[in-house]
Design a protein around this ligand. Structure first.
Ligand code: KIV
Ligand code: ZN
Length: 527
């Protein structure tokens, strides 16, 4: 099948949730989760899916090649540094894709060339040529990126771009790797490079913006206005440091402000909410409540004045409809007496489609929850299903626990875990009930991971609301996050900790490299 073309007003959407998104501390996804995300992106109409960085680990290689084999419509890209081994590995990983792409990159800014690469500019130019030529030996669709492009000297950037296109690159990406640029500057950069590089008409130009100053989306759109026709972005804006430009914001800005942004994308916007939820569940990265487009409050009108206006005419305070991003008005109320079919329909309404086994498990958990909680809100069901998706293949599961808390310590926890199909029980004391619970887990599953984050919030209102606990663990520079919900905060805590451990074990097994920047770790006590 053909390479993507972006003529006129059409802007290609290049999703890098599975690569730049997954690369950020704690956002690791399992193999199965990656396939699920890739399937959804394909169905949603994303033009290019960057599936991973094949040389990074066996796990990354396997995920990229499995995604390459199953994706039906989208181009499947793998990332490679300029080294020939990287490119060969990437070529191998994407070779079964219907529409394969190799995305190769090299730093071009003075600071990166001097300190990171320790190369002279002429050596970098040679590497650009050699890497693109090598990639073209595998595929026709080759993207070349100038890492730290926005801090690169303009003349040198133009020379690199010209050489990359001459060597066969069909897409040229100029990333704002460090999230430093501003819209006017990024606009001028694209305009100048496109005008100055003699063969620029032979390639599609691409934007790739990080959000360190909160301008990733604005910068990306400025690049599009200057002629770029590919936007690299991630679901929920996840990514290195402050993240990447958020796909849902780019797509909805283009759709909602077509008067000033006369472009089109092929993304089915009614799938945005579902994609956001899936990625949040798979990565355990909660979506900020007031996040544009997909945040819980994005379409909520709380103040009296706003509610009054909305009742008179929705457009008084709404610039796009909830339905346009896949938020549907809820019609079915779930409870103790709800049947499987109603539950299945409710899940559909909320944007989930589960296989028969997962549906049965989720349904049983709904029933158990309904026995303990008077009103089941949509948020309760979302928390329950997210957990179901995230823990379906876990080796360790929480079976039962009894915790003794109160004013006279030490507090203690008796915990039973299912570890690879065998039940094991232990009792442990601690400085507070959470500490006791985590100590019990530690003695059943010895590990050296350090608890970096422990956070609790209520899923809904009321004293019987489910507690949602987020946990982040760090071991030898590898970080994993997980969350879990339960009406009992301590059960949610144990489940979240165990879920993070499960992810850590997968990371260990697949030999995922340690992350580059690790925050100082500290064991939480007395919680
Ligand atoms: O931010 C960046 O420069 C990147 C490149 C690898 C494209 O992610
Ligand atoms: Zn990036």
């Amino acid at each position: 099948m053909s390479q993507p073309t972006a003529s006129g007003e059409h802007v290609l959407i290049f999703d890098t949730t599975l690569r730049d998104g997954e690369q950020c501390p704690g956002a690791t996804m399992t193999f199965e989760e990656k396939l699920e995300v890739a399937d959804l992106l394909d169905e949603m109409g994303v033009d290019i899916i960057e599936a991973g960085f094949p040389i990074a680990s066996e796990g990354d290689f396997d995920a990229v090649s499995a995604i390459a084999k199953r994706v039906k419509r989208s181009v499947v890209a793998g990332l490679a540094r300029a080294g020939l081994k990287d490119i060969d590995r990437c070529g191998e990983a994407v070779r079964h894709a219907r529409r394969p792409r190799i995305h190769t990159f090299l730093s071009t800014s003075p600071i990166h060339m001097k300190f990171k690469l320790q190369k002279e500019p002429d050596e970098v130019l040679d590497m650009v040529r050699a890497s693109v030529e090598r990639a073209r030996g595998y595929v026709e669709d080759v993207e070349w990126s100038a890492e730290d492009g926005t801090r690169t000297e303009l003349d040198f950037l133009c020379r690199c771009v010209e050489i990359a296109i001459k060597a066969g690159a069909t897409t040229i990406n100029i990333p704002d790797t460090v999230g430093y640029t501003v819209p006017e500057e990024y606009f001028a950069l694209f305009k100048t490079v496109r005008e100055r590089v003699p063969n620029s008409d032979k390639a599609i130009f691409s934007v790739h913006c990080h959000n360190d100053l909160g301008m990733a989306v604005a910068n990306s759109l400025a690049g599009v206005k200057a002629g770029a026709r590919q936007v690299e972005c991630t679901i929920n804006g996840i990514g290195e440091r402050a993240g990447n430009a958020a796909l849902e914001e780019i797509v909805m800005a283009i759709r909602t402000r077509s008067d000033v942004l006369p472009f089109k994308t092929g993304v089915d916007t009614t799938m945005l909410t579902r994609a956001s939820k899936l990625v949040a569940a798979a990565t355990s990265f909660p979506v900020q409540y007031n996040k544009a487009i997909v945040g819980r409050n994005a379409f909520a009108h709380e103040s009296g004045i706003h509610q009054d206006g909305m009742l008179k005419h929705t457009q008084t305070y709404e610039i796009m409809t909830p339905e346009s991003v896949g938020v549907t008005k809820t019609s079915l109320v779930m409870g103790k007496h709800s049947g499987r079919n109603a539950f299945r329909t409710k899940l559909k309404e909320l944007g989930y489609e589960l296989g028969e086994n997962a549906l049965e498990d989720a349904f049983n958990r709904l029933k158990a929850l309904a026995d303990r909680k008077k009103v089941i809100y949509d948020e309760d069901i979302e928390a329950l299903v997210d957990e179901e998706i995230a823990t379906a293949t876990d080796r360790i599961k929480v079976v039962a626990m009894i915790v003794i808390a109160g004013t006279s310590g030490p507090q203690s926890a008796t915990l039973t875990l299912d570890i690879d199909g065998r039940h094991q029980t232990v009792q442990a004391a601690g400085n507070g009930p959470v500490d006791a619970t985590f100590n019990a887990i530690h003695s059943l599953v010895p590990h050296t991971a350090v608890l970096e984050l422990y956070q609790v919030h209520a899923v809904t209102e009321g004293t019987d609301a489910q507690a949602e606990v987020s946990v982040r663990l760090q071991e030898n520079g590898r970080t994993t996050s997980a969350k879990a919900a339960d009406p009992d905060t301590l059960v949610a805590s144990a489940k979240a900790y165990v879920a993070a451990l499960n992810k850590l074990m997968i990371k260990r097994e697949r030999g995922a490299p340690a992350q580059r920047f690790v925050e100082p770790a500290g064991r939480l006590r007395g919680v």
